[in-house]
Design a protein around this ligand. Structure first.
Ligand SMILES: Nc1ncnc2c1ncn2[C@@H]1O[C@H](COP(=O)(O)OP(=O)(O)OP(=O)(O)O)[C@@H](O)[C@H]1O
Length: 257
């Protein structure tokens, strides 16, 4: 585990069995504060399941999830979110008919405990609106403020989802395949946004199939295979690990995850 002492996020013996099928088993993962850890693995390896267990969408059948040293295994998604755990999904979780600014402002208002109505138009200088505007600067979406979220490109939607996580003040951010569907020309900009939220101190756990993105961003790479964690190590060691290479047999380790 790199950066910081105690892990900010930890799974211990985490497992999920559904109808007799072992989806995930014995996953011990420790993520240090401020670390960016990439999660890779062949299709069906259990990456999204791991995210579902960490974020509280699923309850594990074995093991624990610790956030900042606190056992949150039985805590709801909402409790974990209030404790600083935020996530994005493979499919967008934005309000498509609301504007970019409104999506971020709603998240800010929810955190600040204010009205959740988008009809409560902000007063000039309204704290939630001012803060939302800052987050849109951070993710580079100021030119799309009034656009409907549903009209954004995939890349801009991912940026907006990250702005929503910033508005929720998430200190540990789970990104599920942020580059999925993103146009080639938009990848570099999105990579920079992820790099900048990590540089500002947020811990990032990222499932991603684009290996060049993972290798360019991650401090360490966790490899899942058949529901088990093969290794979690610095990219150079992971890419030369024989067990990892054999897990990818039939694909090239440089182009698949
Ligand atoms: N709720 C569920 N019920 C039954 N099986 C499930 C459930 N959720 C996941 N699985 C199975 O668990 C395995 C792991 O799925 P998961 O979506 O976590 O893999 P993944 O590594 O994210 O795959 P991909 O890269 O294709 O997104 C798959 O075989 C999937 O069919």
């Amino acid at each position: 585990m790199a950066r910081g002492g105690e892990p900010v996020l930890e799974t211990a013996g985490l497992g999920l069995t559904i109808g007799g099928a072992r989806i995930l088993s014995g996953v011990d993962l420790r993520v240090g504060r401020g670390e960016l850890v990439g999660v890779i693995g062949p299709n069906g390896a259990g990456k999204t399941t791991l995210f579902n267990l960490i974020s509280g969408l699923y309850r594990p059948t074995s093991g624990r999830v610790l956030l900042d040293g606190r056992d949150v295994t039985a805590a709801s998604v909402a409790v974990r979110a209030r404790a600083g755990l935020g996530r994005t999904f493979q499919t967008s979780s934005l309000f498509p008919r609301l504007s970019v600014a409104e999506n971020v402002r709603l998240a800010t208002q929810r955190r600040l405990g204010g009205s959740l109505s988008v009809l409560s138009f902000p007063r000039r200088g309204d704290a939630a609106s001012a803060e939302a505007a800052e987050h849109l600067v951070t993710v580079g979406l100021t030119h799309r403020t009034d656009a409907a979220a549903g009209d954004l490109s995939h890349g801009d939607k991912r940026k907006l989802e990250i702005a929503v996580l910033l508005a929720m003040d998430s200190s540990v951010v789970l990104l599920d395949e942020p580059m999925a569907g993103v146009a080639t020309g938009d990848v570099a900009g999105l990579v920079e946004v992820i790099r900048s939220i990590n540089a500002s101190g947020r811990t990032v756990l990222m499932v991603e199939h684009h290996m060049d993105v993972v290798l360019g961003l991650a401090d360490r790479v966790a490899v899942l295979h058949h529901g088990e964690l093969l290794t979690c190590d610095v990219p150079e060691r992971v890419m030369t690990d024989e067990t990892v290479q054999s897990a990818y047999l039939g694909t090239t380790a440089g182009s698949a995850a």
